[in-house]
Design a protein around this ligand. Sequence first.
Ligand code: NOJ
Length: 887
Amino acid sequence: MKNKTQTLSLLFFLLFQFLCFNHVHSWKKEEFRTCHQTPFCKRARSRTSSTSTPLIATDVTISDGNLIAKLVAKSKQEETQQNTNPLLLSLSVYQNGVVRVTIDEDRSLNPPKSRFHVPDVVVSEFQSTKLWLQRVTQETLDGDDSPSSVVYVSDGFDAVLRHDPFEVFVRDKSNGNTRVVSMNSHGLFDFEQLKGKGECDDWEESFRSHHDKRPYGPQSISFDVTFHGADFVYGIPEHATGLALKPTKGPGVEESEPYRLFNLDVFEYIHDSPFGLYGSVPFMLSHGKQRGSSGFFWLNAAEMQIDVLGSGWDAENGISKLPKNRVDTLWMSEAGVVDAFFFVGPTPKDVLKQYTSVTGMPAMPQLFSTAYHQCRWNYKDEEDVEHVDSKFDEFDIPYDVLWLDIVHTDGKKYFTWDNVLFPNPEEMQRKIAVKGRHMVTIVDPHIKCDNSFPLHKEATEKGYYVKDCNGNDYDGWCWPGSSSYLNMLSPGVGLGGNYVGSTPSLYIWNHMNEPSVFNGPEVTMLRDALHIGGVEHREVHNAYGYYFHMATSEGLVKRGDGKERPFVLSRALFAGTQMYGAIWTGDNTAEWDHLRVSVPMVLTLGLTGVSFSGADVGGFFGNPEPELLVRWYQLGAFYPFFRAHAHHDTKRREPWLFGEGNTELIRDAIHVRYALLPYYYTLFREANTTGVPVMRPLWMEFPSEEATFSNDEAFMIGNSLLVQGIYTENFRTGNIYKGGATHKLAVTEESIAVFMRAGTIITRKDRFRRSSTQMTNDPYTLVIAVNSSQAAEGELYIDDGSSFNFLQGAYIHRRFIFKDGKLTSLDLAPASNGNARYPVNTVIERIILLGHASGSKNALVEPSNQKVDNLILNSPHFGFKGKTHQQ
Ligand code: NOJ
């Protein structure tokens, strides 16, 4: 295949494509519940506006800076028949266009128990951005008989509580007061209130051989949310499906399951399905040509199901004549409360900023963790580790982290070592560390029930385990056999005590934290299991893994005396995960379709704040043909988290095992990532300060280019690089590449198509070493791609790559500006940033100017007035193959 020129169709801003649906092999569908088999989902999905109980808002007032109201059934008769109490609604407004609405039962009326409010997701800084509401105005909306309550959000937006029927929305004042995001515009709001169990009530539910006692009965909540002026909606990971969420219900839509948010360990998941995978982030963004972007987040950790309703859908007797260009959605959750956030946008980046102002900014990763990771289930012993490590050197391939899967432990007891296979773990880690490399071991939340295991003994004695519905320590089956599960809501539970055999260069991998229970319903924990304070597992399920990830990450910070940034990879995720580490998309398969779906999966994670994510390069299950493996490296080198991993039944597939030609291609792909590390690190810092992800859908950078809205084959890295993967063996032919149209161009096996955007500057390091750590003092190359005005801009962020000193100002952040034939640089670090400094010894050794019209090869370096006469001028097609700077 080498040197054979092939072609692909580059979807550059215009081409519109949907994934084709292929359902395959061994995914065990029957092990998972459908909406129909899930009573709350079945009830909610079959409700129409005429079968729902209409609610009205009464007693509206301002209290403690919030707008508060009661929601009562419109007809007294309904209220008595259904034996319901008024619900309490509270609406608060925050800076930068965020509105929060909570709806809960009135605790003063003594419901059988308090419903669960998800703790530790909303960051404390957010609370301080609250705008203290002083007054509410009454206004009668067009077509209404009764008034609505209106409060100020910003100069551009108001929040409105319509009383009769109850509806909440944010409206755009500069656009004729049109709605932006609204809740209950179709009257589907339903809140099942807790009540005492009557003699005839049969609340138990069964699925296959499992029984759920449901001692509190039905407690679900559902409502419709409309995104106005939107063409598409995105987000709500984690599903293996396209980026723009396809309708699941409505006219002309082949009815499918709703998108399920329920953290599950799914064996051999298929590549295009709304079924829930390992993580859940109940946050959706919309985008449309007319209005730009808006967002909606429901902070609720119970099972959720979300329908995206096809255009023309009507909740039957639709209560308002909403304009057509909108996307309607239906949100259904098994338990919890309404704790909903509306984000006004209007740009996609604004929505990300607003969402991460609530759930936290993505953590600044250690630099080494943004480089290449080598993993396998399992590197079997110390000799194997030494062998793999030395082969990377022999083949001149850089890597930064070597991973150990479950087999390294003593009988799957985490924080221990198998002393036959790994007799000298500290020495092993030190040998790796001298090359600037690191290691990672796995730590899961299930603890082996073995009385000789101190961790188990301690957790049992201190009552740190989740209980079953009878109050005994919950016992489930996982890797170690009989296991108990740490109660992550319990104040005493933390991780990172005395890890014998570890060194400071060892980091952690969490998985099975959905939590996965092999003998549980749908391979997870019983919903009626109990956490501290009587919280039922059903209420906290989707956040369980998040709390475990958080505890691991905090444990690592403690290990480094609060000075070193942690690195923890997790499989389960929830809203806020971005603050604690990286995510990978779990057990994918070595198939072209899985390579392709990895792009929308990673993009979707980024759109919900989780910027640091990637898929297993090569595919976890199965043996990739060499061509697929090479293409996966070429694409995976652009994932924010870049790790190769494989199942223990697969053939070994380290980069040098497929013949010289393929080794060279894989080496080149990895080199691309290493060269781009300064650019990636700068983007990670951007994510850390703004929430804007490293890997972005095209429409985030080109929000008015309609053709990009559903394109998930190509993506942007930052604002500068456009990457188009190759997802098939057979390429299409063509030529040309300029914005605003579909283009075809020739590519070879040597690389995938990467374009640098005109008008941008990126930084590279072009010397390849064994690891990123060894590149610290290497000089930079600036690549300048000028636009039609012969100008370009770009940034570079540098710090020590590992400590928290950057928070005190120990960093360098420059903006490079090329204009009128001159390159200058501006200091972007705010003066108020603290006194710490980051001293660097590195220089810019090379400047590559792309697309410059003058053709001049001379430059003058000021202030020394040094003359340079070998400026490198290049063609606008930006490729990394070989030494680009020598072209
Ligand atoms: C399942 C994980 O997703 C996979 O990455 C890991 O290798 C195996 N469990 C064994 O720990």
